[in-house]
Design a protein around this ligand. Structure first.
Ligand code: BEZ
Ligand code: FE
Length: 289
């Protein structure tokens, strides 16, 4: 392994890994080296560009804190998160599709009874959510754990609402014997992904929007079924086709119906104009069960 050239170095690096015990690691590392070297050759990477790339990745790591994961955000905006999900969770038409988990899920969310108000008293347009969880054959899935979380009408999650410590706009619910769950909250709004770090630099340099369309996140788990990590977007959101993290799927675009206080299925439950969102979630069986 001497006198290596631009033509011979790729095979030389790969040959150093021939004693790798784990076959999957061997496959991944060989492919990674081949693609990385091909990329360097294809763009003719200069020394200055290499140094900028190293600096960029260094700062991406340095931007990470216990509450901020800039590398996952980078994966999100490069489409890698949704690509891995697409490969890992192929589902037939009709089954509820996944989207990104995002950084705002919290383990310390309160468990709430059916139809609870989970807004934490924050101001906003009342949102009534009525969900149903069924299996592939349309039978109700009782006792499913349903996590919900979303932003307020200004695009802030509870962690970003000034002065707010207690969880709000998030809850752990359970479906009843008919597969139903419901909650009341406030209507979420579109919001920008964090733009003040290395991911923001890349987004600005490439002229991309930081704005995610408004959404309600849901994470649904039930024994014997595949976990669904998803979200529902309002059909009239202007950012549906430019989601920076590629999480929008047609099947997840929902009708957020607006009503006057004295009209519609929830009249009498509020004295303000409100939004009603209804959706049925279809779970796939878990292959190993
Ligand atoms: C979110 O929807 O909460 C989110 C997802 C990916 C990156 C940033 C935010
Ligand atoms: Fe979100």
């Amino acid at each position: 392994m001497r006198d290596l050239t631009g033509d011979t170095i790729t095979e030389a690096v790969i040959s150093t890994m021939r004693d790798t015990k784990d076959p999957r690691l061997a496959t991944i590392m060989e492919s990674l080296v081949r693609h990385l070297h091909s990329f360097v050759r294809e763009v003719g990477l200069t020394e200055e560009e290499w140094a900028r790339g190293v600096d960029y990745l260094t700062r991406t790591g340095q931007t990470c804190t216990p509450t901020r994961q800039e590398f996952i955000l980078l994966s999100d905006v490069l489409g890698v998160t949704m690509l891995v999900d697409a490969l890992s969770n192929r589902r037939p038409a009709g089954a509820t599709e996944n989207s990104v988990l995002g950084p705002f899920f919290r383990e310390d969310r309160p468990q709430q009874a059916d139809a609870s108000d989970i807004s934490g008293g924050l101001p906003g347009t009342p949102l009534f959510f009525e969900g149903r969880v069924v299996d592939r054959g349309g039978a109700p899935v009782a006792g499913a754990a349903v996590d919900v979380w979303h932003s307020d009408g200004e695009g802030h999650y509870d962690v970003d609402v000034p002065g707010r410590v207690d969880p709000a706009m998030r809850a752990l619910l359970r479906t009843d014997e008919t597969g139903h769950f419901a909650f009341r909250s406030i209507r979420p709004a579109s919001y920008p992904i964090p733009g003040d770090g290395p991911v923001g630099e890349y987004m600005a340099a490439t002229g991309r929007s930081l704005m995610r369309p408004a959404h309600v996140h849901l994470l649904i788990e039930a024994p014997g079924h595949q976990r669904v990590t998803t979200m529902l977007f309002p059909s009239d959101d202007p950012h549906l086709d430019t989601d920076p993290v590629f999480g929008v799927k047609e099947s997840l675009v929902a009708s957020y119906d607006s009503y006057a206080a004295d009209a519609g299925p929830c009249r009498g439950l509020t004295d303000e104009p409100y939004t009603l969102l209804r959706h049925t979630f279809v779970l796939e069986p878990r292959p190993e069960d």
